[in-house]
Ligand binder design. Structure first.
Ligand code: F6R
Length: 628
C-alpha cells in the first residue's frame, strides 16, 4: 500500500519524484524518503510523517544526478519512523518496496547469521542486503535481482538502483502494481499512473514475476527466468488536470462535486439513447469498440458473451468496504429486476469460507482500485472454481480488471481522496444498468419497463446536481453535528446499504462512533443506544418501505434522539418529526441510492473538517489495500 516513484531524465529528479509522491500519498503517509544521485552517490533524505516533512528537509537539498527513487510508506513491518522509512540503502544499493515479504524472518536469520546488522525493522531492507551481496558477484544490478527473486516469498513491488550503474533502474513485482512511463527523454516508474501522467501518457504495465531493466529511456522486460518479453506501450487517457484540486479545498470535496459527471460517464457506454435500451459494451462482452478497452491477449479466449450471461443462474458479488456496500445495493437491484439469486460477500470472508460456487455462477468483483488484495484473491478463487467472473473497476488495466473474464468500468476518472465517493455512485450506476440488462436477457422485464428504467437513469446526473446544494447546509451545520456522542444511520431496502456507507464515511473521516442499521432491526438492540446525545440519520425516500421507515423514526424520536431525515420532495410528515429534513428529488427507487449518497458524504466531510481532521488522508488508512 506504499507508493513508489523512480525517475531518470533531464528534469530535476527531486521535483519529479516529490510531485509523484504527492500523487501517491493516498497509498500511505507514515513516512517518506528519496535517494537521488549526487556526485555519483545516492544521497538519502527521509522523514517520518507526511510528505510535507520530507519536503521541509528537501528544501535545502540539491542533487546533480539524473536518477532517483522515492517512497511514501504505509507501515507493515516496523513502526512509522525515519529509521524504517524507505529508501533503504545498503552499500551502493538503494531500494524502495511496496508489499510484504512473507519469509522475511527466515531471510533475516540467515543474514544475521552471516554477520549482517539490519539498521531498520523492515522486511524491505533485507531485500536490499540480498541484492547488495549478489551485485558484488555479478557486477550487474539486473543479474543480481534475477538471482534474488527466487528467494522472495510474498506480495511485493520493488524498484532498485545501484551507484555503479547510474543510468539503470530495475523494477520487479509479484502482486502490487508497477507501471513504467516511457517519455521521449525520460522514464518514470510508479505504483500508479497518477504519478506518471505529468511526464508522459505512454506506459508499460509490469506483470507478476517479471523484471524490467530500464537503462536511460530503454525499457526491457524479462521473465524471472531471463526470457525477453515484448509488451506494447499503452496510451492512457487520464490527463494531468484531472488530478488537481480545481479550486476545492480537498480532493474529496472535488470528487463529491464530480459525481454527476462520473455517473453520466459510467452510464454513457451502456445506454443506447436512441432506443432507450441498455447494452453492455466493452471487450469481454463481444464488442471492442473503444480503443482503450482492448484486452491483453491472455484474456481474449475468455470473453464473457451475452449468451454466457443469459445462462447464469446465480451471482456472487464480492468486494471490500465501500465497494461492498455498493455490491449490497447491487444485490437488491439484480434480485428485484433480473430475478436472479444473488449473494453478497466481504472479500476477506469469501476467500476463506470455502464458498460453494455452483456451475453457471457469475462472480462479480467490485474494486475502485482494482488492486485490493482480498478482492483479487476472491476473483482468483472464483476462477479456479470454474466460475465466470466479471469486474467493476475504476482503474483500467489494474490487476483485477486484467484478470476477470468480463469488465465493466466505473469511468469516474482518478479518485484521490482516500474515502471513496464518486467511484461508489458510479458503481451503483453500473449495477442499475446490469440489473436491467440481465432483466431483459432473462425476460424478467419487458421493453416498456426497460425504457422506464433507462429514462430514470438518464435523469439522475442532473438530479444529483441539485442535491449538491446541501454542501452549504452541512458546512453550516457541522459545528452542531460534531457535538453528538454518536450517530445511528438507518434505512430499508436499497437505502439500508446507504446507511452502512454513511456510517463508514463518518467513522473513517471524523473518527466518531457511528453505526449503520437496517431500520427494521432497531427494536432488536440499537434502540437502547438512543438518547438526546445520539443523532439519528434516517434515509427514508418515498418508496415501498416508506411507511415502515417513518414508524421506526417515530420510535427513535420517542426515545429522545435528534433526527436528520433524508426524504423525497416536500415531505411535511417527515419534516414534522425531524430536527433537520433534507429533501431529494422525486426519483425511481433504482436511483435513489445515488442521490442519498451525496448528503451522507457531505455530512461526513464537513463534520471531519469542523473537527480539524485531514479529510483526504484519514489516519491509519490507505486508498489501495494491496495487503490482507
Ligand atoms: C472507504 C473506502 C474503502 C474502499 C475499500 C475497497 O471510503 O474507500 O472502504 O472501498 O478499501 O477498495 P477498492 O474499491 O479499491 O477495492
Amino acid at each position: 500500500m506504499c507508493g513508489i516513484v523512480g525517475y531518470f531524465g533531464p528534469q530535476d529528479p527531486k521535483e519529479i519524484i516529490v510531485s509523484g509522491l504527492k500523487r501517491l500519498e493516498y497509498r500511505g503517509y507514515d513516512s517518506a524518503g528519496v535517494a537521488i544521485l549526487h556526485d555519483d552517490k545516492f544521497k538519502l533524505v527521509r522523514a517520518s510523517g507526511k510528505l510535507g516533512e520530507l519536503q521541509k528537509k528537501l528544501a535545502t537539498e540539491s542533487f546533480n544526478g539524473r536518477l532517483g527513487i522515492g517512497h511514501t510508506r504505509w507501515a507493515t513491518h516496523g513502526v512509522p519512523s525515519e529509521r524504517n522509512a524507505h529508501p533503504h540503502k545498503v552499500e551502493g544499493i538503494s531500494l524502495v518496496h511496496n508489499g510484504i515479504i512473507e519469509n522475511y524472518q527466515q531471510i533475516k536469520s540467515q543474514l544475521v547469521a552471516d554477520g549482517v546488522q539490519p539498521s531498520s525493522d523492515t522486511d524491505s531492507e533485507l531485500v536490499a542486503h540480498l541484492i547488495a551481496r549478489k551485485v558484488k558477484v555479478t557486477g550487474d544490478l539486473f543479474k543480481a535481482v534475477q538471482q534474488v527473486l527466487p528467494e522472495l516469498v510474498g506480495a511485493y513491488s520493488i524498484l532498485v538502483v545501484w551507484e555503479k550503474q547510474p543510468d539503470t533502474m530495475v523494477a520487479f513485482k509479484n502482486g502490487p502494481p508497477l507501471i513504467i512511463g516511457v517519455g521521449e527523454k525520460e522514464t518514470v516508474v510508479a505504483s500508479d499512473v497518477q504519478a506518471i501522467i505529468s511526464c508522459t501518457n505512454r506506459v508499460i504495465y509490469l506483470e507478476d514475476l517479471e523484471i524490467a531493466r530500464i537503462r536511460g529511456t530503454k525499457v526491457e522486460l524479462f521473465t524471472a527466468g531471463g526470457e525477453p518479453i515484448h509488451r506494447e506501450i499503452k496510451v492512457i487517457n487520464w490527463n494531468p488536470e484531472q488530478i488537481e484540486k480545481a479550486g476545492f479545498k480537498h480532493f474529496m470535496l472535488k470528487e463529491i462535486h464530480e459525481q454527476p459527471r462520473a455517473v453520466a460517464n459510467a452510464l454513457a457506454p451502456h445506454i443506447n439513447v436512441d432506443s432507450q435500451r441498455t447494452q453492455l459494451t466493452g471487450v469481454g462482452f463481444g464488442c471492442a469498440s473503444f480503443e482503450e478497452l482492448e484486452r491483453l491477449d491472455s484474456a481474449k479466449d475468455a470473453l464473457l458473451t451475452a449468451e454466457k450471461l443469459s445462462a447464469i443462474e446465480r451471482i456472487f458479488i464480492v468486494a471490500c468496504g465501500t465497494s461492498f456496500y455498493a455490491g449490497m445495493v447491487g444485490k437488491y437491484l439484480l434480485e428485484k429486476i433480473a430475478k436472479i439469486p444473488v449473494e453478497c460477500d466481504i472479500a476477506s470472508e469469501f476467500r476463506y469460507r470455502e464458498p460453494v460456487i455452483p456451475p453457471r455462477s457469475l462472480v462479480l468483483v467490485v474494486s475502485q482500485s482494482g488492486e485490493t488484495a482480498d478482492t483479487l484473491a476472491a476473483l482468483r478463487l472464483a476462477k479456479s472454481a470454474g466460475a465466470l467472473t466479471m469486474s467493476i473497476c475504476n482503474v483500467r488495466r489494474s490487476t483485477i480488471d486484467r484478470e476477470a473474464h468480463g469488465h465493466l468500468y466505473m469511468n469516474s476518472g482518478p479518485e484521490i481522496g482516500v474515502a471513496s465517493t464518486k467511484a461508489f455512485v458510479s458503481t451503483l450506476a453500473m449495477f442499475d444498468v446490469l440489473a436491467v440488462y440481465l432483466g431483459r436477457l432473462r425476460k424478467a422485464i419487458g421493453e416498456i419497463e426497460e425504457r422506464q428504467y433507462v429514462e430514470a437513469f438518464l435523469e439522475v446526473p442532473s438530479q444529483m446536481e441539485a442535491v449538491l446544494a446541501y454542501d452549504k447546509f452541512f458546512a453550516e451545520a457541522a459545528d452542531r453535528l460534531k457535538a453528538f456522542k454518536g450517530l445511528l444511520y438507518m434505512g430499508r431496502g436499497v437505502s439500508y446499504p446507504l446507511a452502512l456507507e454513511g456510517a463508514l464515511k463518518l467513522k473513517e473521516l471524523a473518527y466518531m462512533h457511528a453505526e449503520g442499521y437496517a431500520a427494521g432491526e432497531m427494536k432488536h438492540g440499537p434502540l437502547a443506544l438512543i438518547d438526546e446525545r445520539m443523532l439519528i440519520v434516517m434515509v427514508a425516500p418515498k418508496d415501498q418501505h416508506y411507511e415502515k421507515t417513518v414508524s421506526n423514526l417515530e420510535e427513535a424520536r420517542a426515545r429522545g434522539g435528534k433526527i436528520i431525515s433524508i426524504g423525497t420532495g416536500n415531505d411535511a410528515n417527515l419534516k414534522s418529526i425531524s430536527d433537520y429534513y433534507l429533501s431529494l428529488p422525486m426519483a425511481d427507487w433504482t436511483v435513489n441510492p445515488l442521490l442519498e449518497a451525496i448528503p451522507l458524504q457531505l455530512l461526513a466531510y464537513h463534520v471531519a473538517e469542523a473537527l480539524g481532521y485531514d479529510v483526504d488522508q484519514p489516519r491509519n488508512l490507505a486508498k489501495s489495500v494491496t495487503v490482507e
